[in-house]
Each structure stands twice: as structure tokens, then as C-alpha cells.
Design a protein around this ligand. Structure first.
Ligand SMILES: Nc1ncnc2c1ncn2[C@@H]1O[C@H](COP(=O)(O)OP(=O)(O)OP(=O)(O)O)[C@@H](O)[C@H]1O
Ligand SMILES: [Mg+2]
Length: 306
């Protein structure tokens, strides 16, 4: 086995033409189903779960990283795929120290990408780990993102895993539909919301997304549950203050006919740890938020593995 550059897609030189959507141009055709290579590579992963939300900034990435750590504490082998190509954050939130992914050639001279290792041995793959200049914005459009996702699913040496958690970009649009199309055996979605996100159109969009998957792709995907983030703030005197109102999680879970997996409090130490790249779940392991993540992990395990 020897080192080599594994990437068919050169991230800093987005290609022009070749099926990439241009403004006002023809839409990118949906990707074909999973390739035989993806099917083979994904066989060793028991459960694949995607974390998404109706809109951005509600804490999906923080929830994905913390749930990954909580499941690892419960003895599960975990991988995390960061599909947010424009705002990757998984390496930072999972305490990854290395700058770039490496690769080796296998016996057939095919490149295999080796995931980075985060805390608790969590395997992490992110576009942030293939860009040497972290300040260059990623300007890929639809077709290139699909190709990169395909390569991450085909060529990464994930090994045997219990769970692969996928941190999705904001929204319930093409990226999420494309993932469903190319990833075989996706066990389901976890929706993240905040208490005030009760606007009818966000809820309706989430329902519509699940219906589209069923209708367009003929796949009956499960909604594993809803996690409400930033639910309340606990004051020094122990009182809970519902700063963003109440009811978003209950409303979305009812609308999606699924369970509410838990409520994560608003805690300024969360934003601070995420910014510093110190996993909150470890640094504040006795906090109400960390304890709630363990309960959520137990509920996910109960539902998925029963
Ligand atoms: N419960 C919380 N308490 C305090 N800060 C939080 C909490 N959850 C998330 N944050 C902070 O809110 C910001 C947004 O969180 P995060 O990046 O996880 O959201 P996201 O839904 O993944 O965003 P995007 O849609 O852009 O991918 C981050 O700065 C994060 O540290
Ligand atoms: Mg995010």
C-alpha cells in the first residue's frame, strides 16, 4: 500500500460545463441510483442516518456531532460524513486534529481514502479535510456535489461501523434528495428544529420533502424523530426560561407522525466550545445538554436496533 492523491475531483478547480447547473440553464438530471461500488462499500455499515432541518442555523451540525459522541459512549462504532460542502464543521466539532485526509492504494491499485479520527475514535470525512486553504469558499454546484458525495461513499475506507451519521446542508432541497438517490439503505432522517420554528411553511416543506422521497424515489424512508434545539435557558437559580417560545418540536414531530427525541437547552458554552474546536459533549459532560444527548442516543438505539 502506498500514499497517493485519491481525488478524482480536484476541489479547488471546479470544472466548467459537463452538466453543472448554471443560472437559468437546464436543471441537473437526478443522479442514477447507487453504484455497485457504493453498495459494496456501504455493506459494512449497519445504519445510515441523515440529520436535516427545514432551515439553516438551527444546530444540525452541533446535534450531529454530539449525537455521534453520545452513540460512541454507548459503545457504538461511529462514522460521520459532513455533506455541508459550503459550511463544513464536523472536523472542528469532533476534535479532529489532522489537516488533510490521506489515501492508500489497495491491492487493485485503487485509491482508498482514510477517514480522519475524531474523539472516541469517530471516523470523520469532510470537504474541510481536502482543502489545503481553508479560507477558499467552495463554489461547487449540484453536479459536482453529487460526484464528491459519490466518491466519499465509494472510496472512503469506512470499515465496519454501527452508524454513519450524515450532517446535511441547510434545507430540504436537492442535496437531500440526491443523497437518498445514491445512498443505499438509508435508515432514516432526524429532523432538527428550534421552538420558534412553527411557521406553517417550514413544517409544510419538511412534510413535502418526506412525501417527495416516497413519491419520486419510491422509497419509504423513516423519520426517526425530531430533536428540538435551543429549547430553554437554565438560569443560575435553576429556573428554565423558554426564550424562543415553545412547541416547535412537538408541532413538527406531530406533523411528521414521528417521535420527539429530546430537547437540547440553549447554553452559551455550546457556541463557545464549537468555535474553539473543543467538543462540548466531552468538556461539559455533566451539563443538562450532554445528559440529554445520552438519553437521545438511547432512544435512537431503541428505535433503530429493536
Ligand atoms: N443549544 C445551543 N445553545 C447555544 N448555541 C448553540 C446551540 N446549538 C447550536 N448553537 C450554536 O449555533 C450556531 C449554529 O449551529 P450549527 O452550525 O450547528 O447549525 P446548523 O443548523 O448546522 O447550521 P447550517 O444550517 O448553517 O449548517 C453555532 O454557532 C452553534 O455553536
Ligand atoms: Mg451545519
Amino acid at each position: 500500500m502506498q500514499e497517493s492523491n485519491p481525488f478524482r475531483i480536484q476541489p479547488q478547480q471546479p470544472r466548467s460545463g459537463g452538466g453543472v447547473r448554471t443560472r437559468g440553464g437546464p436543471p441537473v438530471p437526478p443522479p442514477p441510483g447507487p453504484s455497485p461500488k457504493i453498495i459494496k462499500n456501504m455493506e459494512k455499515i449497519k445504519y445510515k442516518l441523515a440529520v436535516l432541518s427545514g432551515k439553516g442555523g438551527v444546530g444540525k451540525s452541533f446535534i450531529t456531532a454530539s449525537l455521534a459522541m453520545a452513540l460512541a459512549v454507548r459503545g457504538r462504532k461511529i462514522g460521520v460524513l459532513d455533506m455541508d460542502y459550503h459550511g463544513p464543521s464536523m472536523p472542528r466539532m469532533l476534535g479532529v486534529k489532522q489537516e488533510l485526509l490521506t489515501a492508500v492504494l489497495d491491492a487493485n491499485n485503487a485509491a482508498r481514502i482514510i477517514p480522519a479520527e475524531g474523539v472516541f475514535g469517530i471516523k470523520v470525512v469532510s470537504v474541510d479535510l481536502i482543502l489545503s486553504d481553508k479560507t477558499t469558499p467552495v463554489v461547487w454546484r449540484g453536479a459536482i456535489k453529487v460526484k464528491v458525495t459519490q466518491q466519499f461513499l465509494e472510496d472512503v475506507e469506512w470499515g465496519e461501523l454501527d452508524y454513519l451519521l450524515i450532517d446535511m446542508p441547510p434545507g430540504t432541497g436537492d442535496d437531500a434528495l440526491n443523497l437518498v438517490q445514491i445512498l443505499p439503505g438509508l435508515a432514516g432522517f432526524i429532523f432538527v428544529t428550534i421552538p420558534s420554528e412553527v411557521s406553517t411553511h417550514v413544517v409544510a416543506k419538511s412534510i413535502r420533502f418526506v412525501e417527495s422521497v416516497r413519491e419520486q424515489l419510491g422509497k419509504d424512508l423513516k423519520v426517526v424523530g425530531v430533536i428540538e434545539n435551543m429549547s430553554y435557558f437554565i438560569c443560575d437559580d435553576g429556573k428554565k426560561h423558554y426564550i424562543f417560545g415553545r412547541g416547535g418540536g412537538e408541532r413538527l414531530s406531530k406533523a411528521l407522525k414521528t417521535r420527539l427525541l429530546g430537547h437540547i437547552p440553549l447554553d452559551p458554552r455550546i457556541a463557545e466550545s464549537n468555535d474553539k474546536g473543543e467538543p462540548f459533549f466531552i468538556k461539559y459532560k455533566d451539563s443538562p445538554a450532554a445528559e440529554e444527548f445520552l438519553r437521545i442516543a438511547d432512544r435512537v438505539i431503541e428505535y433503530i436496533e429493536r
